[in-house]
Ligand binder design. Structure first.
Ligand code: ATP
Ligand code: ATP
Ligand code: MG
Ligand code: MG
Ligand code: MG
Ligand code: MG
Length: 263
């Protein structure tokens, strides 16, 4: 429709290019997953299949969008970090957001049956999303630490809550008995009442998941001389955050020192 009398409508579109030299974080989060997880009878507090489904969606995101350098996920959310120099869709926020969220959602639906072969998807899942710009790698690391602290606090609370409920308390009673408790009280409660050592629970539940790029050695058929040749290939993998940040696509994101600890 170039040069038609209708062309002027384009002028109403706003420029939503994100500023240059900033890391772009795309965070997506399941809409009403409290209800969605109940409707689909997710195991509480952590349904491993549901988490692994989120993880495979994230792996597929890194394979599909090469400018994503690292991803961190917990519960029904995932954060994707795009490299600071990305020119993906000229850094237009609406494009990055809409493509990221819709692709993730489609993969979630497509892969559902691989993780829940005996559960029908009863309603279309949806995810909300936002994009945030961070001007320095340090802030991106603090962002990831913030999400991981949130994971820890929620998981510790939910582990206690569901232990109490499964032991016969009503949800209200469980809530009441956890009111005002500190982290150490919760650990104590788990140990005394349920003989659960919180630190021994699966790391994916306590710390979340991450997706990064690994270099793997592979043997290819042959060089000119007919001998097998080894070479390094990039492979997107999911794993524990604290071990694998080093392997993210961008060395500036690697962390030395301890994992983030909750306050
Ligand atoms: P909103 O639409 O505002 O995000 P929400 O119901 O999705 O609301 P969240 O704060 O995002 O609320 O929390 C997600 C909820 O989904 C958790 O509280 C938990 O009940 C449930 N959930 C998500 N993933 C899992 C899982 N793997 N196992 C068990 N429950 C899960
Ligand atoms: P972009 O990712 O930039 O949007 P695109 O390939 O989707 O690129 P569009 O300008 O959106 O390009 O055009 C959509 C194209 O999809 C059309 O040119 C046409 O080839 C194809 N297409 C979409 N819907 C139909 C349809 N119902 N029947 C046949 N072809 C279709
Ligand atoms: Mg939300
Ligand atoms: Mg949610
Ligand atoms: Mg959430
Ligand atoms: Mg199109």
């Amino acid at each position: 429709m170039a040069n038609s009398k209708y062309e002027y409508v384009k002028k109403f579109e706003v420029d939503d290019k994100l500023p240059p030299h900033n890391w772009i974080v795309l965070r997506i989060d399941g809409c009403h997953f409290h209800r969605f997880s109940a409707d689909h009878m997710f195991e509480k507090p952590n349904d491993e299949n549901a988490l692994n489904l989120m993880n495979i969606c994230a792996v597929t995101m890194l394979e599909h969008f090469p400018d994503i350098v690292f991803a961190y996920g917990v519960s029904d959310e995932y954060s994707f970090i795009l490299k600071e120099t990305t020119e993906f869709y000229q850094r237009r926020a609406s494009k990055i957001l809409s493509l990221g969220v819709s692709y993730f959602t489609s993969v979630y639906v497509m892969k559902w049956k691989d993780f829940f072969p005996h559960k029908e998807l009863r309603e279309p899942p949806s995810f909300d999303g936002r994009v945030i710009c961070y001007p320095r790698a340090k802030i991106v690391r603090d962002y990831l630490a913030w999400r991981q602290v949130d994971c820890h606090i929620n998981n510790q609370y939910n582990t206690c809550f569901w232990m109490l409920v499964k032991s016969g308390k009503t949800e209200r009673e469980a809530q009441e008995s956890l009111k005002g408790t500190l982290a150490k009280d919760k650990n104590e409660l788990l140990f005394q009442q349920f003989s659960v050592n919180y630190d021994k629970l699966p790391a994916m539940f306590r710390k979340g998941s991450c997706v990064y790029v690994d270099k793997v050695e592979e043997t290819v058929k042959s060089d000119d001389s007919g001998n097998p040749v080894k070479r390094l290939r990039k492979k997107v993998t999911a794993g524990k955050k604290e071990e694998k940040e080093e392997a993210s696509r961008d060395p500036k994101l690697s962390v030395s020192g301890d994992d983030a600890q909750p306050p």
